[in-house]
Design a protein around this ligand. Structure first.
Ligand code: ADP
Ligand code: ASP
Ligand code: MG
Length: 408
């Protein structure tokens, strides 16, 4: 008898019909003799709708009130899911994060889990019940409701699986596993039977939203077997694993991309020690994460200094950079919020040379101008104009032989 956490994402609980089908998946696993803990997201795009309501109300909502608002989406789903399970004859009960006691720090909108109390869930499981837990939310020491950032229900599922010592954490979603890239952009993308934690962390951090990055890191840290599979429960999906495959790893395992990027260039920065730090300090003081950085070689005692930030932070970062540019006596500050990032990821990159060349040649062949580059041992990221992103992803997917083989 295994203990399994089954997490259903927004699209898997978008309507009552979906919730009924998800309940059937849970009931099947339960009937097979497993103990199941269910985690659910808000229905469909209801979290986005709540965000929109907040924006209509104010341009700068308090993060505490955002968490109070956004956590309501999951509260709706847990009750409906418990009702659907009871309709199928199971004993089921819904729990908010604060009732389980997923204890977090007090950083609203991006809280970190500190402790997961399991006594209440364990007692209920032992009585034969199926607990349904609200994803994405916890509670701080003062009893304030907190949330874990968008896509955070994945993290709830993994945290519960770790705390309960579950045999597997299943992320059920609208695709039947992790693909070589987003199958919505590249129809030729292939499902991977397995992928390493290391690769999945890179893919998730570079924009593959199929798993929230924090969930993957958490699962890796606590050794939680993590599987992505279709909401219908059929198929083996993709197992995230520590083991590298016996066969030689492909050079590139997957491609991630993110459209939410923006680029800022400060021209004519005096070439002296401390200039880069002076530009970036106000940006980091404002808690804006800087991703890629490019500085060209000095000419006439000046350099151009470019960096990328998330698009939501663009206007603030642009303002800060303009202020510091004036102080430094630099030239103009140029901004471009219409850029996107494409990243190729693979543990096989460690042992192969010439990957960057192949990537740049492929992009050049499509007429794509690369604006910035960053690399790690198993990843190369490039910043490109947003309007050519889809073309670039498809071309790179093909060039690295990730396309599925044509049907015989
Ligand atoms: P959920 O609502 O279940 O949490 P998400 O929308 O967060 O689902 O994640 C699933 C989506 O992730 C898929 O519909 C797919 O478009 C996207 N996706 C991006 N990259 C990949 C990938 N490499 N493999 C599979 N899906 C991916
Ligand atoms: N409902 C939250 C969101 O849309 C959490 C989740 O779905 O994982 O981001
Ligand atoms: Mg998700």
């Amino acid at each position: 008898m295994a203990l399994v956490v089954q997490k259903f994402g927004g699209s898997s609980v978008a309507t009552i019909d979906h919730i009924r089908k998800a309940a059937e998946v849970v009931a099947r696993s339960h009937a097979a003799g497993h103990r199941i803990v269910v985690v659910v997201s808000a229905m469909g795009d209801s979290t986005n709708r709540l965000v929109k309501l907040a924006r209509e109300t104010t341009s700068s909502p308090s993060t505490r009130e955002m968490d109070m608002l956004l956590s309501s989406g999951e509260q709706v789903t847990i009750a409906l899911m418990a009702m659907a399970l009871r309709e199928l004859g199971l004993e089921s009960r819904s729990y908010l994060g604060s009732q389980v006691r997923l204890l977090t720090d007090s950083v609203f909108c991006k809280a970190h889990i500190r402790e997961v109390e399991t006594a209440r869930l364990q007692a209920y499981l032992e009585s034969g019940g199926v607990p349904v837990v609200a994803g994405f939310q916890g509670v701080d020491a003062e009893g304030e409701v907190t949330t874990f950032g968008r896509g955070g229900s994945d993290t709830t599922a993994v945290a519960l699986a770790a705390a309960l010592g579950a045999d597997e954490c299943q992320i059920l979603t609208d695709v039947d596993g992790v693909y070589t890239t987003d199958p919505r952009v590249v129809p030729e993308a292939r499902r991977l039977d397995r992928i390493t934690f290391e690769e999945m962390i890179e893919l998730a951090s570079q924009g593959s939203r199929v798993l929230q990055i924090r969930a993957v890191k958490f699962a890796g840290k606590y050794n939680v077997p993590l599987r992505v599979l279709h909401m219908g429960g059929e198929g083996a999906g993709t197992l995230i694993t520590f083991e590298e495959s016996d066969v030689e790893a492909p050079v590139v395992s997957g491609i991630a991309f993110s459209r939410d990027e923006a680029e800022i260039t400060v021209t004519g920065v005096p070439d002296r020690p401390g200039a880069a730090a002076a530009i970036l300090k106000p940006v980091s003081d404002a808690r804006i994460a800087v991703d890629m950085i490019v500085m060209n070689s000095p000419r006439d005692g000046c350099v151009d200094f470019s960096f990328s930030v998330g698009r939501d932070d663009f206007s603030q970062a642009h303002k800060l950079a303009s202020a510091i540019a004036a102080e430094l006596g630099a030239g103009e500050v140029r901004g471009n919020p219409e850029v996107a990032k494409l990243s190729i990821v693979g543990v096989g990159m460690r042992t192969h040379a010439g990957i960057a060349t192949h990537l740049f040649e492929t992009l050049a062949g499509e007429g794509v101008n690369v604006r910035m580059v960053s690399t790690s041992e198993i990843k190369i990221s490039v910043l490109v104009p947003e309007n050519v992103l889809d073309t670039a992803v498809r071309a790179v997917h093909k060039a690295f032989e990730l396309d599925s083989l044509p049907a015989p």
